[in-house]
Write a protein that binds this ligand. Structure first.
Ligand SMILES: C[S@@+](CC[C@H](N)C(=O)[O-])C[C@H]1O[C@@H](n2cnc3c(N)ncnc32)[C@H](O)[C@@H]1O
Ligand SMILES: [Zn+2]
Length: 268
């Protein structure tokens, strides 16, 4: 079954050779790296939206070193028990979690607004349909997916409702209260606690909370790993330059990542 939707006329896209085409003859070529760009000009607000190439590279280096593997394993484990056919990962970034989730489902779409992230992601896994696109118009047909995931990414609620089948699931991962506390303490005069609960409130009208899991990932970082972590988070540009530099000079740094996983079910 084809999942992809034409962003212009909203009809189904069919792949022939290396081109996705709809019945109205809008066409989108698969790039040589193996992704398709469905982010059409009329929906674009900036030329190079999303994460910068530097933060994508930093995230790839940090994640591939395995520091967030406990989260990757927890997400895969959770999905395994749901017996999902079709999944769309919203804001897939450079694909670390999408790649792992794909092995548990029949069809997997990864979408991100940052072309440079999707280009890097496409090299990881040929069994994922990688799409440059926006969460504002998810590139999938109405009621076509069993699970939408959003890991540290936007949660376009109305689009998720449209894309999900009846009784479909929404998986949200967001920083838990103690996430990277030691790092934030070193970078800011005042540390605001993360409030993962707000998502449960925001989504409560249309989604029922099914699972609530907190995952801890304690780690000791060497200097380069620490620099990568700083560069891949929004703290990089929010912190005062002198505090960032002082932290980046540390040769060893102990801290704990803490993730909040929420699994929701679409209310019928
Ligand atoms: C913090 S990153 C998380 C990436 C990945 N899920 C991970 O955990 O490694 C957030 C991602 O959301 C993407 N993003 C931001 N706004 C978006 C939008 N409107 N539509 C699709 N993706 C978006 C960014 O480009 C970025 O890759
Ligand atoms: Zn079309």
């Amino acid at each position: 079954m084809n999942l992809l939707m034409c962003p212009v006329c909203r009809k189904a896209l069919v792949l022939a050779e290396r081109t996705w085409r709809c019945a109205s003859n809008h066409s989108y070529d698969v790039a040589k790296q193996g992704y398709v760009n469905l982010h059409v000009v009329q929906h674009k607000h900036s030329k190079n939206p999303g994460d910068t190439p530097e933060s994508v590279q930093a995230r790839r280096a940090f994640l591939s070193a395995g520091f967030y593997a406990p989260l990757q394993h927890a997400v895969v484990e959770l999905i395994r028990h749901l017996h999902i056919e079709n999944l769309i990962d919203i804001g897939c970034g450079e694909g670390y979690y999408t790649d792992a989730m794909q092995t548990e489902v029949l069809q997997c779409v990864g979408v991100d607004i940052a072309k440079n992230a999707v280009q890097v992601a496409a090299k990881l896994n040929k069994n994922v349909t990688w799409v440059v696109g926006t969460g504002a118009i998810l590139p999938v047909l109405d009621q076509s997916v069993d699970l939408c995931s959003s890991l540290f990414s936007p949660i376009p609620e109305q689009e998720i409702l449209r894309a999900l089948k009846q009784n479909g699931y929404l998986l949200v991962v967001t920083p838990a209260t103690e996430h990277l506390y030691a790092m934030r303490d070193a970078l800011f005069d005042e540390v605001n606690p993360h409030e993962p609960n707000k998502f449960v409130d925001q989504l409560s009208q249309n989604f029922e909370l099914m699972r609530d899991v907190v995952v801890d990932a304690p780690m000791t970082l060497q200097q380069q790993d620490l620099k990568n972590l700083i560069a891949m988070t929004p703290y990089a540009y929010k912190a005062k330059a002198e505090l960032r530099t002082a932290l980046e000079e540390k040769e060893n740094f102990e801290l704990k990542a803490q993730f909040q996983i929420y699994l929701f079910k679409k209310k019928s």
